[in-house]
Design a protein around this ligand. Structure first.
Ligand SMILES: [Zn+2]
Length: 412
């Protein structure tokens, strides 16, 4: 499995680096936005510090971004990865050397969104279990600043009614403002206390595991960053659900400011639609239905008129025909030309129609051969059978095509 391979590679890189464990300040204080540290290793754009508040990618949570200031110069932190216990920061450029004392600043807007979304995920699982049943099991997860994915094993698709219930249950947990407690525990002790429900998000390595507990709602082994209490999440909003495989549903959700922005965007769409249709929001559905029905009846009417028009063209062409043959240019597209040729073929022996866009339709004797010659005269291509053929040529060479057709059909 690719995931396992990546894990192994990471471990190997950690061994190769052979550096002391980086002190993870984001665990000591998840709200730490700035810190000082010493560079203990540097190579190209990569640096390792003795301590860092930058969260490295892990457990489906993306890495922190931000800035590192060294000797008055500002470097952008573009990626943060953990190799064993060594945290490597990737900067936008080279220039930092081992031994330097630097100042780190976390992109707090991004981190805060991610902390809310991450904590919301624990709540989402708890709410899913409450609404869908205890059998629900986390299958996979990928968190992001604006939209996050949460895959659960559940035997049937999640209904719209269930989605609303899950959101309401999440709202109850959020507004109960329950403290979120995270602490490192001895693995055996944690398992004994909480059971294997701890390993919802995967089984972390090591004898010590980090247990994140939200009152009596959820307990998981988790290495991510969380808010202090559920109230800080604000809103948890499910955006949509998808069935990704048999027995696995994907819930796409967001939380906090990103959720508020989502609701605002949806409101904008609603407002624009109601303004265009000049109705109140509660009348929008009825108005859309009315417009749709009208559009359907107009389309039917249009088709009726089109038939009428084609009937007229047909009669004119039959009048023009010589010896049951016709070669004419028509102000029609391919679809209508096909209709027209079908009508004509019941009255005429053979015919050539060239449309306004350079479309060619030929019916009757030697259709394919004739169509190819006409297309050639129009710098185009054609094909078909002995009795019917179609093609396309340059719309600027309709005259040349017609002349060729009339010449070959003896109509010139
Ligand atoms: Zn977590």
């Amino acid at each position: 499995r690719r995931h396992e391979g990546a894990k192994k590679e990471k471990k190997e890189r950690g061994r190769e680096l052979n550096l002391p464990k980086t002190r993870a300040l984001y665990y000591e204080d998840p709200y730490l936005r700035e810190f000082d540290a010493t560079v203990i290793w540097a190579e190209g754009k990569e640096i390792v510090l003795d301590r860092t508040a930058f969260y490295p990618e892990g457990g489906g949570q993306p890495p922190d971004h931000g800035k590192i200031i060294a000797n008055g110069e500002e470097y952008r932190v573009e990626d943060v990865q953990k190799y064993n216990d060594v945290i490597v920061h990737t900067l936008d450029r080279e220039g930092i050397a081992s031994g330097m004392v630097v100042h780190g600043i976390i992109d707090w807007e991004r981190r805060e969104r991610l902390m809310r979304i991450h904590t919301a995920e624990h709540i989402l699982l708890a709410a899913c279990r409450k609404v869908l049943g205890k059998h629900v099991w986390q299958h996979g997860t990928q968190k992001d600043v604006y939209e996050s994915r949460f895959d659960i094993a559940h035997y049937k698709p999640i209904t719209q009614k269930e989605i609303k219930e899950i959101e309401k249950e999440a709202f109850r947990i959020i507004t109960s403002n329950i403290p979120v407690e995270a602490r490192f525990m001895n693995r055996a002790e944690a398992e004994k206390k909480y059971g294997f429900v701890l390993y919802e998000g995967g089984i972390p390595p090591g004898r010590e595991i980090r247990v994140v507990k939200i009152g009596n709602e959820d307990v998981e082994a988790c290495g991510g960053t969380h808010v202090r209490s559920t109230g800080e999440i604000g809103i948890l909003k499910i955006l949509r659900t998808e069935r990704i495989q048999d027995g696995v549903s994907r819930i796409i959700y967001t939380a906090g400011m990103s959720a508020l922005e989502h609701v605002q965007r949806e409101e904008d769409i609603l407002r624009e639609a109601t303004e265009k249709l000049r109705v109140q929001p509660d009348k929008l559905n009825a108005a859309v239905e009315k417009f749709f029905q009208e559009w359907k009846s107009y389309r039917k009417e249009l088709e009726r008129l089109k038939k009428y028009e084609i009937e007229g063209i047909k009669n004119k062409l039959i009048e023009k025909a010589k010896g049951g043959k016709i070669a004419e240019a028509v102000e029609l597209g391919m679809k209508d030309m096909l209709l027209l040729s079908r009508e004509l073929s019941s009255s005429l022996h053979s015919g050539v129609l060239i449309g306004k866009d350079g479309d060619i339709v030929v019916f009757g004797e030697n259709a394919a051969t004739l169509a190819k010659e006409i297309a050639k005269a129009m710098n185009g291509k054609a094909g078909g059978s002995k009795s019917f053929a179609q093609g396309k040529g340059d719309p600027n060479r309709i005259k040349e095509g017609l002349n060729k057709a009339r010449e070959l059909m003896g109509l010139a």
